[in-house]
Every structure is written in structure tokens, then in C-alpha cells.
Design a binder for this molecule. Structure first.
Ligand SMILES: Nc1ncnc2c1ncn2[C@@H]1O[C@H](COP(=O)(O)OP(=O)(O)OP(=O)(O)O)[C@@H](O)[C@H]1O
Length: 254
């Protein structure tokens, strides 16, 4: 099948994954290029499992995932080259400074040393880490490490950024910096998909919102579309979210 000139950033079809029981059960999801998309859902709904499969860290049992038209099973490296994955558990090397860590990651992507140093310095400044650029990561707070991990994920200039709960544990200032970086990226044409339990963040930042319940997408749309779907005007996202999850057949079956 020929690949379209402007494929969506992400197309998931019929995705399924079981652990000791089915967790993702036939998920279809499309995110357009350049979109800011928020994935919401109750604890255990399967959001992290979905994103880990998109990032190539977990093998689906069934279904396909295409990133900018590239099937992640057929050409995982090409898909990873354009994707950034930011886990909710930042993992960086304790005995490296943020600057060294970013240069190391850039090296893995075979970015020339001079270029790597420039990108690393820019990201460190952008995320307000300049004061800590030369301290060992092992001595940084969790919030700072989250920002270092985010910088590490951005160093190869990905076109799709996938983040799992990127704002949890960040103070107001750091959360602002991370939000600004993501908004700036979307303005530059990058696609951002993130999970969040902070509904206000989804409401303010995301162009479209997907609600996952028990491994399925139970609703999707702009805030206005979700409001219209539950038939109530001027309702908060929190109320919409609770209504949608409660009304989903998966919840009713449970
Ligand atoms: N490695 C694993 N082995 C067995 N079960 C798992 C594993 N990882 C996740 N699960 C189960 O899969 C389900 C979905 O988990 P997942 O972490 O994807 O949900 P989530 O929507 O990201 O939840 P949260 O909002 O709490 O982070 C949960 O019931 C979880 O216990």
C-alpha cells in the first residue's frame, strides 16, 4: 500500500494486549500531525500500556501501529527515529551531569559532537536547568530529573512526542516550563500526545481529548464535542470525564 504524503502522526488499529487478563481490547486511535492530544482515563485504564506499545517498548498481541505512515512492527527503527518517549519514571545516569547525559543521548542518535553540545545547552536553558548543568544527576530532585529526561527525549528533534504524566510532581514553575516547551513544539509542527490526570491541563492545552476506559477509546473530540456528546453545555471536563467513563459499556459490564 503506498504511503500517503501527509500521513497522520499516529494510526492505531485493532490494538490488543493481555497480561494475565486482557488490558487493551481492540483500540483504534488516530492523531493528526501537528496535533496536541491528551489521553485521559481512570487508573488502570491502559493508557501507559498503549503508549509503551507506540514507543516500541512493549509488543502488541494484535493490531497495528503506524507513526507517520511507518508500521512500527515492520520498521521499528525508522519509527523510533521520529518519536520521543517520556516515561513517568525518569531514568537518567546518576554519575553523569545533565549536560553529559544529553550529549550521551545525542551520541546514541549519531548527532555530531558540536551539534550535540549546542542542542544540549539549548535544551538545558529552555527547561531552566542551567544552574544544575554541571551537577551529577544523582543529586538532582525528581522534578529536575523529569526535566532532564524530557530534554533527553527531545535531543534528536522528534516529530512525535509521547509523554506519560509529564507534569506529576513538578512545582508550578517547572510545570509551566514543561508546558511552554510542549506548546512551543506544537507551534513548530511537532505532534504531542500525553496522558494526564490533571484535567485542567488537558482542557487548556489539548486540541483533542481521548478518553480510555478498560482498554478502549470510549470518547474522543474537542472539549466542545465531548460536551455536546453528553448533552450538557458549559460543563467542566471533570464532569464530562466522569459521565463518559460511567456511561461506557465497559464500565457498565464491570
Ligand atoms: N507488566 C504488567 N504485568 C501485569 N499487569 C500489568 C502490567 N502493566 C500493567 N498492568 C495492568 O494493566 C492495566 C493497565 O495498566 P496501565 O498502567 O496501562 O494503566 P494506566 O491507564 O496507565 O493507569 P494509571 O492512570 O494508574 O497510570 C492495569 O490493570 C495494570 O495493573
Amino acid at each position: 500500500m503506498p504511503v500517503s504524503v501527509h500521513p497522520p502522526a499516529l494510526v492505531i488499529s485493532g490494538l490488543a494486549k493481555s497480561y494475565d487478563r486482557p488490558v487493551i481490547t481492540g483500540l483504534d486511535l488516530t492523531v493528526n500531525a501537528g496535533e496536541f492530544y491528551a489521553l485521559l482515563g481512570p487508573n488502570g485504564a491502559g493508557k501507559t500500556t498503549i503508549l509503551r506499545m507506540v514507543a516500541g517498548l512493549l509488543q502488541p498481541d494484535a493490531g497495528t501501529i503506524a507513526v507517520f505512515g511507518t508500521d512500527t512492527a515492520r520498521d521499528p527503527l525508522a519509527a523510533r527515529r521520529v518519536t520521543a518517549w517520556v516515561s513517568d519514571e525518569p531514568m537518567v545516569y546518576d554519575r553523569l551531569t545533565p549536560l553529559e547525559y544529553l550529549e550521551f543521548v545525542a551520541g546514541l542518535w549519531q548527532i555530531p559532537a558540536g551539534d550535540a553540545r549546542r542542542r544540549a545547552r539549548d535544551l538545558i536553558e529552555w527547561l531552566g536547568l542551567s544552574q544544575h548543568a554541571d551537577a551529577f544527576c544523582g543529586g538532582l530532585s525528581k522534578g529536575m530529573l523529569q526535566k532532564v529526561a524530557l530534554a533527553g527525549a527531545l535531543v534528536h528533534d522528534p516529530r512525535l512526542i509521547i509523554l506519560d504524566e509529564p507534569l506529576t510532581g513538578l512545582d508550578a514553575g517547572s510545570a509551566r516550563q514543561v508546558k511552554d516547551v510542549l506548546i512551543e513544539k506544537v507551534r513548530g509542527g511537532v505532534t504531542v500526545i500525553m496522558t494526564t490526570h490533571i484535567l485542567e491541563v488537558a482542557e487548556r492545552m489539548a486540541e483533542r481529548i481521548g478518553v480510555v476506559s478498560r482498554g478502549r477509546l470510549v470518547a474522543e473530540g474537542t472539549l466542545a464535542e465531548l460536551r455536546a456528546r453528553i448533552g450538557r453545555g458549559n460543563t467542566s471536563l471533570e464532569e464530562i470525564f466522569l459521565d463518559l467513563v460511567a456511561a461506557s459499556p465497559e464500565t457498565a459490564a464491570a
